[in-house]
Design a protein around this ligand. Sequence first.
Ligand code: CTP
Ligand code: MG
Length: 245
Amino acid sequence: MASSDATGDLSQRSGRTAVLVPAAGRGERLGPGAPKALRTLGGVPMLVHAVRALAASRVVDLVVVAAPEDSLDSVAAMLDEQGLGADVSVVAGGDTRQDSVARALLTLPSDVDIVLVHDAARPLVPEQVVTSVVAAVAAGHPAVIPVLPVVDTIKEVDASAMVVRTVDREVLRAVQTPQGFQRAVLQQAHAESDLGTTDDAGLVEALGVPVFCVAGHEEAFKVTRPIDVVMAEAILARRRASGAV
Ligand code: CTP
Ligand code: MG
């Protein structure tokens, strides 16, 4: 375990920390091609970048990847080759992100008490985001999300493209992953909430459980559209040039 301020007391924990990595999406907004998590950035599959980043944080003991059903063996082999400092297993994902997370959640061993959920589509998440989420859960918050201020002006519009109102940006946050949870809270949320939420904290909110925010990072952005690949490649090139990877 790391010994920085954020993680120092984490080495005293008796339970283990697992990360569930939903990676079974098709990447339709990225355009035609392989499933998004298996497309490459700098020659390396996005999923490998994401799992490397999680393992590098050294606050993660176990990684469970929910992969496309027809690529389980190749994904397992690809991750095996990496020699990561965490146990990695691969399960078949489902039809929705929520389904994929639920399937991975079912496979956790009993000694795991903190569970993170991290999108494979956020391959460049910096280590400090992972450690601060785990530290906040370990400090007693049942649910923790990394967030950033919203930079654009946000307007509510109606079906005829008319502006209804301008939303107060000061109280808005854009939400990233990894999101972190006490295991029992995430399990209850997945068992009891049947919402079409796009994140796990949304399910937890529906239970009335408080959700705490920590600082996210611009480089934890989700690769969603073609322009995001351009940005991700540029960040990787900069990291490689500076010897950071
Ligand atoms: N995901 C998943 N199972 C699904 C759908 C999504 O595991 N049935 C995962 C994706 O692989 C991704 C994360 O959830 O890592 C966030 O989803 P998103 O960015 O929407 O990815 P895709 O669903 O692949 O992209 P798109 O919506 O453009 O098809
Ligand atoms: Mg999707």
